[in-house]
Design a protein around this ligand. Sequence first.
Ligand code: IMP
Ligand code: MG
Length: 187
Amino acid sequence: MERDSMLYQDLESILLTKEKIAERVREVGQQITRDYEGKAPVMICILKGASIFFADLIREIALPVTTDFMAISSYGSATKTSGVVRILKDLDKDILGKDVIVVEDIVDSGVTLSYLKNLLLQRGTASLKIATLLDKPSGRRVEGLNADYVCFDIPDGFVVGYGLDYDQVYRNMPDIGILSPAVYEKH
Ligand code: IMP
Ligand code: MG
């Protein structure tokens, strides 16, 4: 997709180019490969936001990983989470005794991740780590909640692209950009 196409016109600016994302995803994949040497972790994709990142990340991990998918929704306005999380689709397979890596798109308040972490730990995983594409440390409301692998720390501001949406749109934009506030202030 060209950077002068219509989706890009709603951006205030491009924050991370697809080239920069690819380079960093490769580094994190290689780090996971080293950290999990001799193991076969279960990679869990949190739908839908993490789908693009997940597809790229697992191809940079040189281990016999398996994959599973979970869909959750957190109620709230389109740009802020409410803290109430609901499972829309659960995992297909049991994760008892497994090394699990949860793959998320973004950690903002940390409410979604904290809920997920507790839920999955209760299922008796051997280990549980979180890999996130983006981290907004300034938005944190849950004390001490951090991802184990972070591709990029970003400033406050609503971002879209590379899987992240506003009202389900912009997920297919190859770069990540800051959405113009005018787009969501209309609603
Ligand atoms: P948290 O519970 O506040 O950490 O929010 C995490 C979820 O909110 C993410 O999985 C996203 O779906 C959504 N989210 C938070 N910030 C953004 C953003 O800047 N763009 C798109 N989605 C976001
Ligand atoms: Mg999400």
